[in-house]
Design a protein around this ligand. Structure first.
Ligand SMILES: Nc1ncnc2c1ncn2[C@@H]1O[C@H](COP(=O)(O)OP(=O)(O)O)[C@@H](O)[C@H]1O
Ligand SMILES: [Mg+2]
Length: 288
């Protein structure tokens, strides 16, 4: 397949009035408050998403919907394109040299790839957590959580930091050591710190790329419990290699193979009665 002639990359044209959706606008202009902000989660829709690394066509015509207030698991063998898909959703993909994408990613009706969009606002509305916890190494626990807020608010409300840490299930463990380095925490705590950092800017969507695969079983369970709690506020996309994890946390599950969507459906159906024989082979452990 030849690359799409109209790749969705940011134009170099200067744009004085960035276009942002209501949610993106609120993400960009939010000022700190101690009140937890209840927000309706949003739908992410992928329409004929294609992605390339140079000449390598890694995602092929992927169309699917991540429903609001649900956790959707992305499963599939290594190299099937799961990480690429999540990076396309918040436009991290375009940061990789030689990488590009085409098609549409929508946050409700808003086109994430609109050339006039403020890409920083996109990444605040669509937060991301990676496999390996990546707290800012020189920053304290407090400053890690406050880092996103500092982009918009000169003075960070400690109450806001506290509520993000509470939402990430970490507050009780760190409240007496907020000024200590984030990298002094255990792996599982660091991952919850990264979740707190993502939550502090009140995203609409949380992308989690194998968030527990580097963690011990107890830390993994804590992350899974968090997913269950957080989906009342944010739409969650969770990449996982672990079938049991998908079965435990995901409302719907999408199975990918070779950069294509094989099928998506309610998790229980995908695991017990898939329509495609390749899904059945994968979920029963015949390959992958
Ligand atoms: N940074 C990159 N540069 C070049 N190719 C990449 C890069 N990241 C991923 N790929 C390629 O894209 C395909 C999909 O990879 P990836 O999205 O990482 O899959 P998964 O997360 O399912 O393991 C693979 O063939 C992989 O080699
Ligand atoms: Mg991956």
């Amino acid at each position: 397949m030849t690359p799409d002639p109209t790749p969705l990359t940011v134009t170099d044209e200067p744009h004085t009035e960035p276009v942002v959706s209501p949610s993106l606008a609120s993400a960009a202009t939010h000022t700190a408050t101690t009140e937890p902000v209840q927000r309706e989660a949003r739908t992410i829709t992928l329409e004929k998403l294609n992605a390339w690394y140079g000449d390598q066509h890694s995602i092929k015509d992927l169309s699917l919907t991540f429903a609001p207030n649900q956790a959707t698991a992305l499963i599939g063998p290594s190299g099937s394109g799961k990480s690429t898909v999540v990076r396309c959703i918040n436009r991290m993909h375009e940061e990789i040299p030689g990488a590009r994408a085409s098609g549409a990613v929508k946050l409700d009706d808003f086109d994430v790839y609109d050339p006039k969009v403020d890409v920083v606002a996109v990444r605040r509305a669509i937060g991301m957590v990676f496999q390996k916890p990546n707290p800012f190494p020189t920053m304290s626990i407090f400053d890690n959580v406050a880092s996103g807020l500092r982009l918009t608010a000169r003075k960070v409300d400690p109450g806001h930091v506290e509520s993000a840490l509470r939402d990430a299930g970490l507050w009780e463990e760190v409240k007496d050591r907020l000024r200590k380095p984030g990298i002094g925490l255990s792996g599982g705590q660091q991952q919850r710190l990264c979740i707190a950092r993502a939550l502090a800017v009140e995203p609409d969507v949380l992308l989690m790329d194998e968030p527990a695969s580097a963690l011990d079983p107890i830390s993994t369970l804590k992350i899974e419990e968090l997913v269950q709690e957080l989906k009342s506020r944010v739409t969650i996309v969770i990449v996982t290699h672990n079938m049991q994890q998908a079965a435990r946390v995901a409302d719907q599950t999408a199975f990918m193979l070779d950069g294509q969507l094989v099928e998506i459906g309610p998790t229980s159906r995908i695991f017990t009665n898939p329509t495609d024989s390749r899904t059945e082979e994968y979920v029963t452990g015949k390959f992958g």
